[in-house]
Design a protein around this ligand. Structure first.
Ligand SMILES: Cc1ncc(C[n+]2csc(CCOP(=O)(O)OP(=O)(O)O)c2C)c(N)n1
Length: 322
């Protein structure tokens, strides 16, 4: 499937925006001025962008505790996100959600989630809504490798199949959950195989390869839109940062992350593919990266200058009104 030049530019732009956002958040967090807990997604950009490229605002995603990349891929505002991470009043969730509970319902982003595996049941509800309303919407659930061991995820897979929902599971296998490797924690080690045991097609793809992720996701999304039920992908790609910011990463080998950054970088893989094929020029791609850097820089400046929520905001956003 050949993507248009605009699609390729858009995909690369979103991938570099996620990378610039994450690298900058790492630096800002180190200053001590960013409250809360932060889990970075750098290294896994091709998964979020490949999964979300064909979605629109009627489609929803459920995220994980490592959710910035999912937010950006689903179209959330960068400044609103940065304000949220800094705990500012005008952040996407009024500065009260922070990194692990960031959400934007207008963009179909149901939220990052501090409870591992809890995004999966949320997208079952969203999938049931789309099926009931017949609005053509699809619900995508991002689930980490560690989260695939959670009972709630197993129940969600079962319900997706039993209720024949327009749902796609994106199992993000970054080889490790906190400090425990997949080979130790996942029975059989085969996440796709285990998920397909529920009775839906689940393809294993190279998560560093945007094109592989996108191609597989396109089939899953089309299947869901046609009413043919749930499916999924297991996408493998390493994360570059620790489990959380401040993690000493004693569980990692010497030079492991450097190898990932040089040999497994999804941005480099993308660039090499499109430049060699004559589809995009390096100059245009460099300009997109510069642009992303300046958007993120402006967002940090805006966040640092913005006020936190006031005492009067303490009792707001507690109940949802329908
Ligand atoms: C229900 C629950 N159990 C345990 C935790 C603690 N915890 C936070 S992240 C994490 C590991 C998740 O690993 P994975 O799903 O592979 O995601 P990754 O961090 O690798 O992206 C754990 C065990 C939690 N937040 N929620």
């Amino acid at each position: 499937m050949q993507l248009s030049r605009d699609d390729l530019l858009s995909a690369y732009s979103t991938m570099v925006t996620i990378r610039e956002f994450e690298e900058r958040v790492a630096a800002e967090f180190e200053t001590g001025d960013m409250p809360g807990f932060v889990h970075l997604y750098a290294g896994e950009e091709a998964i979020a962008v490949g999964a979300c490229l064909d979605l629109d605002d009627t489609d929803v995603i459920g995220s994980t505790h490592r959710g910035h990349g999912h937010c950006i891929a689903k179209g959330c505002d960068i400044t609103g996100m940065m304000l949220e991470l800094f705990g500012r009043k005008d952040g996407l969730c009024g500065g009260k959600g922070g990194s692990m509970h960031i959400a934007d319902l207008d963009k179909g982003m149901l939220g990052a989630n501090g409870i591992v595996g809890a995004g999966a049941p949320l997208i079952i509800g969203a999938g049931l809504t789309a099926k009931t309303l017949k609005n053509g919407g699809v619900a995508i659930g991002f689930v980490g490798d560690g989260a695939t061991n959670q009972g709630a995820v197993f129940e969600s897979m079962n319900l997706a199949v039993v209720l024949d929902l327009p749902v796609v599971f994106v199992f993000e296998n970054n080889y490790i959950g906190e400090g425990t490797g997949v080979e130790y924690s996942v029975g059989s080690g085969d996440i796709a195989g285990r998920a397909s045991g529920f009775g839906m097609p689940v393809e294993k793809v190279d998560g560093r390869d945007f094109f592989a992720v996108h191609e597989a996701m396109r089939a899953c999304i089309e299947r869901a839109r046609k009413g043919d039920g749930p499916s999924g992908i297991e996408a493998l790609s390493p994360r570059y940062y620790g489990h959380f910011e401040g993690d000493p990463q004693a569980y990692r080998g010497k030079g492991e992350v450097e190898k990932y950054r040089t040999e497994d970088d999804c941005l480099k893989i993308f660039q090499q593919r499109v430049v060699e094929a004559g589809l995009l020029e390096e100059n245009d791609m460099d300009a997109l990266r510069e642009n992303a850097r300046s958007i993120v820089d402006d967002a940090v400046k805006a966040a640092r200058a913005a006020p936190p929520p006031g005492a009067s905001d303490l009792m707001t956003d507690i109940y949802v009104s329908y």
